[in-house]
Design a protein around this ligand. Structure first.
Ligand code: EPZ
Length: 421
């Protein structure tokens, strides 16, 4: 298994190009199941999660052609062979559950394995199931698989979500595009990835209003057509690399970044003493003084502080001036980076969903272990600030969501290399 070795203390200088969003691509790709016409995605990220979604769609008979080193994906589901998403693939990536809505909408049936829990939580699907049942689907859990069918097709309905689940909103939004009649989703998720999915579906011929707000209205149509869609910039990769110069010092410009993607995150950076400047090509970031200032953070659904940037923010606050309190309200177990940061000399106390971080002068490099995608990148960032060498093992977690991280950070002066075990 590969590891990444980071040597701290080198201020960063230069530009980092931000890729297309993993969490947009993972819902845009299954949208191909809604039409027999081809769907072309540009600005696609090159990540192992994209390869996993490709394998899942190919197991259903979808043709996936990757071009320009993976930046362009052409998908076509004109020759489907299966409507069963197998456990062996789904267990590796929860987002596989995003084939449920489209398969039901176009084929009136689907068998999708429950993803099972992952490091950060149980990850149930009750909100997805309740929403699709409101549209007339009959869904039964058997042998760890959701067996779903929609005799006579899905019907438009009022679909209140008990929680603004991103995945449930995406599954219902895709299903509603081909349902008979009008669907009104209330308490819908408002993430930019939802807005991007709606834009893509509209270019395929869907009739959607309200994306980006808590109420999305969809008028079902008989069929959807071909489309070419650029994947929206990855706001979580953006936020991650915006923090890099805060850890290491110096100044970095994140190309493709825009404030509308990271509003609440930038508010917290400002309070922590970090300057973010809009440039014609993106966002330029540098810390105002040698040490950031402690701030409290509570993760919320969009437009609140993103849970996917909580680990990175905690790592940054480990060397801030003062004490910070972080509350994780989206997932039940998303502080696994804390014990690893403590190995590097951080002073963190975790009680349930609350972590108290008392800033220390400096972290010390150490061997640490990645546990989940965002925890692993928080350890890489911590290594940029630490004295000496930090070796992060199990970086297959990292490769799920960060393309060529050693090139991107190395390109702005970080001492970082991938070593194979
Ligand atoms: C998406 O996951 C993202 N993944 C996650 O990013 C992100 O952390 C999450 O949204 C929240 O923003 C993708 O888009 C592929 P949810 P999703 O449904 O859709 C509970 C990353 O690091 N819940 O909004 O699975 C659930 O257990 C990943 O890129 C139910 O209880 O998130 C969780 O506690 C990690 N029942 C909370 O809601 C359900 O039916 C948020 O889940 C569905 C969800």
């Amino acid at each position: 298994m590969d590891s990444i070795v980071v040597t701290g203390g080198t201020p960063l200088k230069g530009k980092i190009a931000i890729a297309g969003a993993k969490n947009a691509a993972l819902t845009l790709m299954p949208a191909t199941l809604l039409s027999e016409e081809p769907l072309t995605l540009t600005n696609a990220p090159r990540l192992s999660d994209i390869a996993t979604m490709t394998a899942l769609l190919q197991s259903l008979g979808v043709e996936v052609t990757s071009m320009q080193d993976g930046k362009v994906q052409v998908l076509s589901s004109h020759a489907m062979t299966s409507t069963t998403a197998d456990y062996e693939i789904v267990r590796k990536m929860r987002a596989s559950n995003l084939v449920l809505g489209p398969l039901l909408a176009r084929h009136d049936q689907a068998v999708v394995s429950l993803p099972g829990g992952c490091a950060i939580g149980a990850r149930p699907m009750d909100i997805h199931v309740a929403a699709l049942e409101a549209m007339g689907a009959e869904i039964e859990l058997k042998d760890g698989y959701l067996h779903a069918k929609a005799p006579g097709g899905l019907k438009g309905a009022k679909v209140p979500l008990r929680f603004a689940s991103v995945g449930a909103t995406e599954n219902v939004l895709m299903a509603a595009t081909l349902a008979k009649g009008t669907t009104v989703i209330t308490n819908a998720a408002r993430e930019p990835e939802i807005v991007d999915l709606a834009k893509c579906l509209r270019s395929m011929g869907a009739q959607i209003d309200g994306e980006g707000t808590s109420t999305i209205t969809v008028q079902g149509v008989d069929r959807l057509g071909a489309a070419t869609h650029p994947v929206v910039t990855d706001r979580i990769e953006l936020g991650t690399y915006m923090l890099a110069p805060v850890f290491a010092g110096g100044e970095v410009e994140c190309l493709g970044g825009s404030l509308d993607l990271v509003g609440s995150f930038v508010e917290k950076l400002d309070a922590a003493g970090i300057d973010v400047t809009e440039t014609p090509d993106g966002l330029k970031v540098k810390r105002r003084t040698d040490r950031a200032t402690a701030v409290d953070v509570t993760t919320e659904v969009f437009p609140g502080f993103p849970t996917d940037l909580q680990a990175q923010m905690m790592a940054m606050l480990c060397t801030a001036e003062g004490t910070s309190v972080l509350e994780e309200k989206i997932f039940e177990n998303r502080f696994m980076h804390a014990p690893e940061l403590i190995r590097m000399g951080a002073d963190i106390e975790v009680h349930g969903g609350i972590a108290t971080v008392r800033g220390v002068e400096r972290l010390k490099g150490a061997p640490v272990m990645a546990t989940d995608l965002r925890a692993s990148v928080s350890l890489i960032l911590a290594g940029l600030a630490a004295e000496g060498e930090t070796t992060v093992s199990r970086i297959y977690h990292l490769d799920r969501g960060y393309e060529h991280i050693e090139e991107k950070l190395g390109g702005v002066g970080a001492k970082i290399e991938r070593v194979s075990a």
